[in-house]
Design a protein around this ligand. Structure first.
Ligand code: DSN
Length: 415
């Protein structure tokens, strides 16, 4: 990762690239939506396919010279079908949000009704937040988690669906630590004659490996991003049945996007091949085991976890009980100074601003990619607790920082 050609023409960008490589090597990435793609995926994503226009789909392009573009897109599609067992796959969405846009545009009209999980209860901006296109185009109502248990309130979802009569129910999350009961959401969608879109962005890898139940074959549409637990590089994906194939394809292109990012699709193809290997199942199982170990370290230390624990790759800590004077933003900042990089997050029943909320979210996908086991992850949990207890104590921060350095040297990255 020398970037010598960049350095020749642009030393400032070369410095930033080198700095980012070092930052990733020398810190612990615990932002739950991040991961470390393999060198093979990075190589494919940084390839000459960035030069190629390939509007259309394999075998039916609007440009000449698409022979190899067709080949990689077909490989990505076939591998995705193998991974998730879908009848039809579109690998062109530039991101998870673009994938969601593709599904909405495939079957909804502006003004139609969407029922989704509220943002501060774990949902996502593209599920209909007023600041997002989805909130501006559609009439959006939310369901929530049960304030006592932290689990999705499926009875509340059914009641709200009865009253609101949605055209589409969105399941899935960006900050929810439990398995989603896809069949229960589908039963509600059936009862009110709504489409069901399952956004599995965070758990694409857990579903592909069978660690989590799959929404494919249950929901009408399944969307995801390809750079979180699946490690296939940045992008989005839509999985659906033959029935909706052409509506989805036309909604993605020409509906929502122009030329597909063929270099990203090359990365997806490589990452999906990696995820089809038996080692990936072991990786995904370890991601969840590590998240459980992290959660246990927090609970043993007296921190409150939303829902009390996790089934996924992430834990969500509500700091209000144990550390009422510490905001998520302050915790994030102190942790970053030690080399532990996670994010402040809203929690159900949030009482602070979204810019400096009451929780922190931590994920284990990236640590696991660099080889962390449950014991090492638990130690990171203990280090986080030390910082949360004394966020301004320089000697604690120095001590934790030194241990983070040791762990980064032991669990190497991109050597
Ligand atoms: N913003 C991402 C996350 O951090 O969950 C999802 O798109």
């Amino acid at each position: 990762m020398e970037y010598e050609h960049v350095r020749d023409v642009d030393p400032a960008v070369a410095d930033a690239l080198a700095g980012e490589v070092e930052r990733q090597r020398d810190t612990l990435a615990m932002i739950a939506s991040e991961n470390h793609a393999s060198r093979a995926v990075l190589e494919a994503q940084g390839s000459v396919f960035t030069n190629k226009y390939a509007e259309g789909y394999p075998g039916a392009r609007y440009y000449a010279g698409c022979e190899y573009a067709d080949e990689i897109e077909s490989l990505a599609i076939e591998r995705a079908k193998d991974l998730w067992g879908a009848e039809h796959v579109n690998v062109q969405p530039h991101s998870g949000t673009q994938a969601n846009m593709g599904v909405y545009l495939a079957v909804l009209e502006p003004g139609d009704r969407i029922l989704s999980l509220e943002l501060e209860h774990g949902g996502h901006l593209s599920h209909g937040h007023p600041a997002n296109f989805a909130g501006k185009l559609f009439d959006v109502e939310h369901y929530r988690v049960d304030p006592e248990t932290g689990y999705v309130d499926y009875e509340g979802l059914a009641e709200t669906a009865d009253e609101f009569d949605p055209d589409m129910i969105v399941s899935g999350f960006s900050a929810y630590p439990r398995e989603v009961e896809w069949e229960r959401v589908q039963a509600v969608a059936d009862a009110v004659d709504a489409y069901h879109m399952a956004d599995m962005a965070h758990i694409t890898g857990l579903v592909a490996s069978g660690v989590h139940d799959s929404p494919v074959g249950v929901a009408d549409f399944v969307t995801g991003s390809t750079h979180k637990t699946i490690r296939a590089g940045r992008g989005g994906i839509i999985l659906t049945s033959e029935e909706h194939a052409s509506d989805v394809d036309s909604a993605v292109f020409p509906g929502a996007q122009g030329g597909p990012l063929m270099h990203n699709i090359a990365g997806k193809a490589v990452g999906f091949r990696e995820a089809l290997q038996p080692e990936f199942d072991e990786y995904a199982r370890q991601v969840v085991e590590n998240a459980k170990a992290l959660g246990e370290a927090f609970v043993d230390h007296g921190l409150s976890l939303v829902s009390g624990g996790t089934d996924t790759h992430l834990v969500l800590v509500d700091l209000r009980d144990s550390h009422p004077d510490l905001t998520g933003g302050d915790a994030e900042e102190s942790l970053e100074s030690t080399g532990i990089v996670l994010n402040a997050n809203t929690v159900p029943g949030e009482t602070r601003s979204a810019f400096n909320p009451s929780g922190i979210r931590a994920g284990t996908a990236a640590l696991t990619a660099r080889g962390f086991d449950a014991e090492a992850t638990r130690e990171v949990g203990d280090l986080i607790c030390r910082v949360v207890d004394a966020p301004d104590d320089e000697s604690v921060l120095d001590d934790v920082s030194a241990r983070v350095d040791d762990l980064c040297s032991e669990f190497t990255l991109y050597e």
